[in-house]
Write a protein that binds this ligand. Structure first.
Ligand code: PEP
Ligand code: MN
Length: 336
């Protein structure tokens, strides 16, 4: 349920209303918009008589939110959410390209890639330290050592870092990580989501391989319901019958998520396609469809990469696609 308050509603009366709602067993999040204040109610609102709230003199309007996602719903928060990541803001007028290798493989490798992607215009560094691999015999990541190398690259380049968490047991290692990624395979690891809801760190939540957009929003809701509003949604392609690409980029996810939710949306054309040459056209599609950013895998030597080489751009290729992308971002009224 969404309660829109009248402009200049007296604070004392707002407190009285909140107290009454609490007695009714619902929790209210208070969202101050550009003109209005909105109370987003979660919990069992079925017992609340909508007309009795409408009758309160500071209330402008009341509507029931039918969708199961509440905090993530744009009805709860009409303005776009802008997430602070260090000194950067994601979801506002600036478009962000998050880049780096699939796996952190060595200190030299991550430093080299970090410097190159920064020079080309990337604003955040992403690299995997804990890797979710299909085969238990494949490279599993450098784990804690990988995070140390990422932190070193952050110190040298000044770029915030993004890396994936696979188990809540590792959470302590993520203390200085700027954005914690929840990978596609863990999108519905509800215990992990609940723990991340207790943190205030930005969470990059990737859509599961076979999950609907509503399920993605419900996973965001798990994190937000715990008190962490800093969720970034990521479309990374879904499983379909198509075999030419690794996954199928559901480009319609971008405008749909932007309409249904206020959370920032980023697109990962690397995992969506699995093929280097498709990264540029699908990045362009994402920009035009209103994405707030991109995640692009870049490796110093894709042929020798320990994971996801076939979809990784070389630093030179990344450099080359950043020029047309910057121009396109400009056409959409945003800045790189
Ligand atoms: C990754 O980001 O390297 C990754 C494993 O992605 P996804 O969870 O989308 O498959
Ligand atoms: Mn990868």
């Amino acid at each position: 349920m969404v309660v829109i308050l009248k402009e200049h509603a007296e604070e004392k009366k707002v407190d009285q209303l909140l107290g009454w709602l609490e007695l009714m067993g619902v929790r209210a999040s208070i969202i101050k918009g550009s003109h209005t204040t909105i109370l987003g109610l979660v919990g069992d609102t079925s017992k609340i008589d909508i007309d009795s709230i409408r009758a309160v003199d500071i209330v402008e309007n009341v509507t029931r939110v039918q969708e199961p996602y509440k905090n993530a719903n744009r009805k709860f928060h009409p303005d776009d959410s802008v997430i602070d990541i260090g000194a950067l803001k994601l979801g506002g007028e600036r478009f962000h390209v998050i880049s780096g290798p699939c796996s952190v493989e060595s200190e030299e490798q991550i430093l080299e890639v970090a410097k190159r992607v920064k020079a080309a215009g990337a604003t955040m560094l992403r690299g995997g330290a804990f890797k979710p691999r299909t085969s238990p015999y494949a490279f599993q990541g450098l784990k804690a050592e990988g995070i140390e190398y990422l932190l070193e690259a952050k110190k040298i380049t000044g770029m915030p870092i993004v890396t994936e968490i696979m188990s809540i047991a590792h959470l302590d290692l993520f203390e200085d990580v700027d954005v914690i990624q929840v990978g596609a395979r863990n999108m519905q690891n509800f215990e992990l989501l609940k723990e991340l809801g207790k943190s205030k760190k930005p969470i990059l939540l990737k859509r599961g391989l076979a999950n609907t957009l509503e399920e993605l929003l419900m996973s965001a809701e798990y994190i937000m319901a715990g008190g962490n509003p800093n969720v970034i949604l990521c479309e990374r392609g879904i499983r379909t019958f198509e075999t030419f690409t690794r996954n199928t980029l559901d480009i319609s996810a971008v405008p749909i998520l932007k309409k249904k939710s206020h959370l920032p949306v980023v697109v990962d054309p690397s995992h969506a396609t699995g093929i280097t040459w498709l990264v540029e056209p699908l990045s362009k599609a994402a920009v035009v469809c209103g994405a707030d950013g991109l995640i692009i895998e870049v490796h110093n030597n894709p042929a020798k990469a320990l994971s996801d080489g076939p979809q990784s751009l070389t630093p030179d290729q990344f450099d080359a696609i950043m020029q047309p992308l910057t121009q396109l971002v400009g056409y959409t009224g945003r800045k790189m």
